[in-house]
Design a protein around this ligand. Sequence first.
Ligand code: G
Ligand code: G
Ligand code: MN
Ligand code: NA
Length: 250
Amino acid sequence: RRLAADLRTALVRGELTLHYQPRVRLRDGETTGAEALLRWHHARRGSVPPAAFIPVAEGSDLIVALGGWVLRQVATAAAARPWLGRVSVNVSARQILSRALPGQVEAALAESGLPAERLELELTETLALQEGPEVAAMLARLRDRGIAIALDDFGSGYASIGRLRRLPFTTLKLDHSLIAYLPGQAADLAVLRAVRDLGHALGLRLVAEGVERPEQRDLLAGLGFDEAQGYLFGGPVPVDALVPDALPGL
Ligand code: G
Ligand code: G
Ligand code: MN
Ligand code: NA
């Protein structure tokens, strides 16, 4: 059987789950939210990583159905757990270009009762290549509803400074490749200072990903980055592992 066929069945059979990775505020270490990350355990294939199956789902409208399912799951889980803060959901370019996204978001919020302010959508830089004014308008409507809109993996791919102006982002997530070599050299710090100044000049919340060591946390806090995510604070875990006692700062 092909992976795409197995993935269709996986949704129906309940083989997909979501893990949640905490995000903390650097100023005081409080948990501000968590990113939802898909996990697939297949009976014969075993655990299939998202890097293997998300691109397959993105090859057809399967990603649209999968994305709608993820939004409903996350909204329902978060509505019952106020201590999770704002939950972030990764959204694929195809979900956005299909125009299904606003309806899926509204359905998830309405069914769960989750306030719009507790939802964030993460878009990757790859969207940028195909986006037009309709996409900007759609995202602006979601943002005006109170939903946070993050540009994910910033610094990992194509230069996207122009895109930061064109799309209505509220949040910038720095790719872990920009953090990995910290504390690093003067040039690495110069890059981070420039990104910080750019982000704050555009009114964006700045989030560093892939923070693994206390020195990295301290350096980012000193530079004035707002939030961080990474193994230092906790990896992705099942939602019931994120009880208040287990969350940084709570
Ligand atoms: O958890 P892990 O680092 O293996 O995730 C790899 C990538 O898979 C993430 O960077 C993320 O962009 C993508 N991913 C994980 N969950 C989802 C999801 O629910 N929807 C989409 N579109 N992508 C996801
Ligand atoms: O959506 P995005 O591509 O940003 O997904 C984040 C991915 O990064 C997840 O698959 C998660 O497992 C991974 N990740 C989370 N924390 C860390 C970390 O501290 N270091 C590294 N290298 N990867 C991380
Ligand atoms: Mn992400
Ligand atoms: Na990322």
